[in-house]
Design a protein around this ligand. Structure first.
Ligand code: ADP
Ligand code: ZN
Length: 660
């Protein structure tokens, strides 16, 4: 086939089977490498579109392509979604019945099966390997390939046996996919799978549709409510570090009228499966969970991820936030953390037996704290952690850094000019300001020191504001020179400042005491001597500010909802449903209800029918003919055939009932 003919076929398949006109970064190259029968090693972020990289060439390759995937639930979802696109796919695992097995074998005999998803356990049985050697094979795709490496965070002993593929099936290309970035794991995967001069891809880890924001924990419940008000009716995950806090937060949200459920390792398997299904099916929009709620989530329309406590390292933060916005539509990530979280993580470090492992975990924790505390663009800082240098789209030196309007700049003297203009983080939209708090820090540290580093935060604050409590009089603290030096600020401010000092290691909680007693550290002494400056994030004031920013693929407006909580609501972004007019919003809701109905009838998750992004596009285009329906992003021939009529009917009816 000529190069042009091949290109035409590839794009035809992209449109017919997947409903897309363009590739995401590197998809094209990977597809072509596999069609050239070359091994592939691809590191792509979650939501980067890995499945298409092997599903598309599988359609153009004779023989059956075998996909190894670690989780049953993921396999089922993938197979459902592939079948909806008219791809002939099946899964073979411990739950496959004999009848299903016969059907699969028969379809392989008929040469109609494109993709066979198997668990590593299944692959490792001699019977299955014997079977594979008797059929025509396309290639192998290894999903979540980092599971083969002991250096990865999800090592699975069963994956090690996949190292045999290259010997058992020497003529079959192997494509390995992972979203785990470290070099050590990458090398390990390639060696263990014995890849032969693979075509290597390392896509950028930037997730341009994610908005990052980080705040100090003051009153998590209130902070969470404020945030949820900005993402009404959306679906998302709230991570908490313990079962108890998971239960507490879920209960709180239910009391506030949200449909939220808890998920943690203490629930029965059946209960966990139920919560996960209800979330996937959009029946329970919000799940409050420990990180146990993880790899099983393949739901593409997760619109927000909140961390109610500090994650244990930056890698985990990236993975967990990465579960938002897989469909490419805007999604938001909020991290709320405090010194208590750091202290809890430190206490877990003692559980490590191996001192080397303990040091490594401690280093990773410090990097996480540093990430949360560092000035500047969150996106740039996050990517730097993965060794990437972030260059904002449409970077323009003139505009950069000059977005603060004058009265804001005046109101926070000493605020650092930060942010690189990514447009997708709290720094870059100007809702975070670091202010110099050296003098206040000196006052607070001095109050700790002069009271003998022996009192809790409440008492220290009372000394600072000059409260005449019984305790103050009993200890004679009203005679200290620090008494009342902070009367110009309120209690909340001083508590906030002391939290910041504790997270920054300028003060620490005395480990020998049963109560949280802050004391001055070595760094703290430097501050008291005037040898070190202290900067803290200015507390949110609820002031509204509007910033416009230019992002890749056009312009979008980012509206900050005041204070620390800048909304990622892109009015000009065609894929944000919050940008729909009220009339379109109603149509969207009707289409969404229809999708849910169909998904229930067919017993698949709603996003396997159409993604949110597809529904939004459909709402905009309001297709009335088959040709117009095919123009909707994410609609291929099969979906037109299966759902076109029903959705176009619904649109027609809506237009009749709601004339312009
Ligand atoms: P990953 O496995 O890398 O996390 P997926 O394969 O689940 O990502 O793809 C994420 C989403 O992106 C899916 O909803 C998929 O349909 C969509 N997608 C994949 N490729 C494209 C493309 N070329 N154009 C538009 N959307 C795409
Ligand atoms: Zn930024």
């Amino acid at each position: 086939m000529s190069a042009d003919a091949l290109t035409a076929r590839i794009y035809q398949t992209l449109a017919d089977a997947f409903g897309y006109r363009t590739f995401r970064p590197y998809q094209d190259e990977i597809v072509r490498a596999l069609l050239d029968r070359r091994d592939v090693f691809a590191v792509m972020p979650t939501g980067g579109g890995k499945s298409l990289c092997y599903q598309l060439p599988a359609l153009l390759t004779p023989g059956v392509c075998v996909v190894v995937s670690p989780l049953l639930s993921l396999m089922k979802d993938q197979v459902d979604a592939a079948q909806k696109n008219g791809i002939c796919a099946a899964t073979l695992n411990s739950t496959t019945s004999l009848a299903e097995l016969r059907e699969i074998y028969a379809s392989i005999d008929r040469r109609t099966l494109d993709l066979l998803y198997v668990s590593p356990e299944r692959f490792n049985t001699p019977r299955f390997q014997e079977f594979l050697s008797s059929v025509e094979l396309g290639f192998f795709a290894i999903d979540e390939a980092h599971c083969i490496s002991q250096w990865g965070h999800n090592f699975r002993a069963d994956y090690l046996e996949l190292g045999q593929i290259a010997e058992l099936f020497p003529n079959c290309p192997i494509a390995a996919f992972t979203a785990t970035a470290t070099d050590r794991v990458s090398e390990d995967v390639q060696t263990l799978l014995k890849l032969r001069d693979p075509f290597c891809v390392r896509a950028s880890f930037d997730r341009p549709n994610l908005f990052y924001q980080i705040a100090y924990k003051e009153d998590f419940d209130r902070q969470l409510l404020d945030f949820l008000r900005e993402v009404p009716d959306e679906s998302g995950v709230v991570y908490r570090s313990t079962r108890k806090s998971v239960e507490k937060t879920a209960e709180f949200l239910r009391k506030q009228g949200f449909k939220a459920e808890a998920y943690h390792a203490g629930l029965t398997d059946a209960e966990r499966a139920r919560v996960q299904d209800a979330f996937a099916n959009d029946e329970t929009p919000i799940v409050v969970a420990t990180v146990a709620f993880g790899m099983g989530i393949d739901k593409s329309n997760v619109r927000f991820v909140v961390h109610g406590d500090l994650p244990k390292d930056v890698e985990s933060y990236y993975q967990e936030t990465g579960r938002a916005g897989r469909d490419g539509a805007p999604a938001r990530c909020l991290l709320v953390y405090g010194y208590q979280d750091v202290a809890i993580h430190r206490s877990f470090l003692d559980d490590y037996q191996d001192p080397e492992a303990r040091d490594a975990a401690s280093r990773r924790l410090n990097e996480m704290v540093a990430f949360a505390e560092t000035d500047g663009c969150r996106r740039a800082n996050l990517l730097k952690y993965f060794g990437e240098t972030y260059i904002p789209p449409n970077f323009n030196a003139d505009e950069n850094g000059s977005d603060a309007d004058s009265d804001d700049a005046a109101s926070s003297e000493g605020a650092s000019k930060t942010g690189c203009g990514c447009g997708g983080c709290d720094y870059c939209v100007g809702s975070v300001r670091r202010v110099d708090a050296t003098v206040d820090a000196q006052k607070a540290l001095s109050a700790m020191q002069r009271t003998g580093n022996a009192f809790g935060v409440g008492h220290i604050v009372d000394v600072l504001i000059g409260a005449r409590t019984e305790k103050i009089e009993r200890f004679g603290h009203d005679r200290l020179p620090t008494f009342g030096v902070g009367a110009d600020r309120d209690k909340t401010y001083w508590r906030y400042l002391i939290s910041a000092l504790l997270t920054q290691g300028i003060a620490e909680l005395d480990p020998s005491k049963n109560f949280p007693i802050p004391r001055v550290t070595r760094l703290g002494w430097d501050v008291m001597r005037g040898q070190r400056q202290v900067k803290i994030v200015e507390r949110p004031t609820g002031k509204k500010k509007k910033t416009t920013s230019r992002r890749s693929g056009g312009s979008s407006t980012l509206l900050s909802g005041g204070g620390s909580s800048a909304a990622f609501n892109s009015a000009a972004n065609p894929y944000s449903k919050s940008s729909l007019s009220p009339r379109d919003r109603r149509l969207f809701e009707e289409l969404r209800a229809l999708r849910l109905q169909i998904a229930k009838d067919e017993n698949v998750p709603p996003y396997a029918v159409f993604s949110d992004k597809t529904l939004v596009d459909m709402t905009y285009l309001k297709p009335e003919t088959d040709g117009e329906f095919l123009d909707v992003s994410g609609v291929g021939r099969k979906k037109l055939e299966n759902y076109g009529y029903e959705f176009m009917q619904a649109i027609r009816k809506f237009l009749e009932e709601n004339p312009k």
